[in-house]
Ligand binder design. Structure first.
Ligand code: SF4
Ligand code: SF4
Length: 387
């Protein structure tokens, strides 16, 4: 896939300032407390609801918090603890002082408490768990594209369980029901035109020109300027995946995997430093936050993968090796990509979901000596001498 310049980004391309580091974005930034059902009401609001039950001010504050920073931490609340009051205290006045603070108001809030807990159930989290807005909405929309079972339960109407007046208006579905918008390449091409579509109605996409400018600058640097390469260990394998079928392929618009491959093939002795976290691949990616130097799509799982690769290679974070020696180690020590990217399905949270590593990628790279220039042959998992 080659880079297509829809519009050349020159020096006049506007700088994108919203995704710089601020006091609200650092790793220690405090979370915003949000009740579980507010997440759904905020989607309804984006879809056209003008009178959200939690109040406009509450929802607008939540939306502004997430729009400023897609990885904004949310603490998702659900008041299960109100049920810890003993029933004799609660119903027979045995020990009124033993009741939790605001007990009555909290108990009487059962309609919304149920929805808060439903949202926790859908997300697969404990109440009061902190998670980034991007992931909260990614999985809420993926698993709950309609309000069925959340605000429309099918239970017989009753005075004690009023239904929200907005539950059947389609506001929520207008946003959550949009299927996931494309892959990273399509997201790169759309840029700010993604805004308002599905997940991207809740968190802000990067601008197209800013991404193109970062692509041009970073690709130029990798191909010509850099004296050493900085690559996260997991991406060493992604490089091989991307050139598996066609080592001569053109660069991708949204990342620099192909550029790194070309430079290492051209100069196999170029030093490569293994960096944890985002690296030279990421500058132009739609889910990369330049200010925080963070991939909000895969921050956690990529961090784990990096360490898995380092352990298999017997290297520490920050180790520096010539590219050919690094890849030789990979060919000698890794049997297949699935050892790193193919975590068993069924026992992982979605934000640690396995990748779908292509079969035979590593075998072929090993056989053809990609980047090393010399093939490596394995017998019973060990490299044969002299290869
Ligand atoms: S329908 Fe549900 S999500 Fe929408 S505003 Fe009402 S309570 Fe909130
Ligand atoms: S930002 Fe994330 S998804 Fe994008 S290239 Fe980097 S690691 Fe990959």
């Amino acid at each position: 896939m080659t880079v297509r310049h829809r519009r050349a980004a020159g020096p006049s391309a506007p700088a994108e300032t919203w995704n710089r580091r601020t006091a609200a974005t650092g790793p220690d930034a405090g979370p915003l407390d949000v009740r579980g059902h507010w997440l759904a009401c905020a989607a309804c609001f984006r879809g056209g609801c003008r009178r959200p039950p939690p109040g406009r001010a509450v929802i607008q504050r939540l939306l502004a918090f997430m729009w400023a920073y897609p990885f904004a931490p949310l603490r998702i609340l659900a008041d299960a603890d109100v049920t810890r009051a003993h029933y004799l205290d609660a119903h027979e006045g045995r020990r009124p002082g033993g009741l939790p603070r605001d007990f009555r108001a909290r108990r009487d809030d059962y309609v919304w408490r149920r929805r808060d807990l439903e949202v926790c159930r859908i997300l697969g989290i404990m109440p009061n768990t902190e998670m980034p807005a991007y992931h909260a909405y990614r999985w809420l929309f993926e698993r709950q594209p309609t309000l069925e079972g959340l605000c429309r339960t099918g239970a017989p109407r009753s005075a004690g369980w009023p239904q929200c007046p907005h539950a059947r208006r389609g506001y929520y579905e207008r946003i959550a029901g949009q299927s996931r918008v494309g892959n990273l390449h399509e997201q790169f091409l759309l840029g700010e035109r993604l805004a308002g579509r599905g997940l991207w109605a809740m968190v802000r996409p990067r601008g197209r020109e800013a991404m193109q400018r970062d692509k041009d600058r970073s690709a130029r640097f990798i191909l010509a300027g850099a004296r050493r390469l900085y690559i996260r260990p997991g991406h060493l394998l992604c490089v091989l995946c991307n050139v598996h079928a066609d080592p001569g392929r053109g660069p991708l618009a949204e990342d620099n995997l192909v550029e790194l491959y070309r430079r290492m093939v051209r100069e196999p002795d170029i030093p490569v430093t293994l960096t944890e976290g985002c690296d030279m691949v990421c500058d132009a990616c739609n889910v990369y936050h330049p200010g925080e130097h963070l991939c909000y799509h895969a921050h956690f799982k990529s961090a784990l993968r990096d360490l898995v690769v380092l352990e298999k290679l017997g290297l520490r974070p920050g180790a520096t090796l010539p590219a050919r020696r690094l890849y030789r180690r990979i060919y000698e020590r890794l049997g297949s990509l699935a050892e790193v990217c193919g975590w068993r399905p069924g026992n992982v949270a979605p934000w640690f979901a396995p990748c779908n590593p292509g079969k035979g990628v590593l075998d072929r790279a090993r056989r053809e000596g990609r980047i090393t220039g010399r093939p490596v042959r394995l017998r019973r998992g060990r490299a044969l001498p002299g290869c």
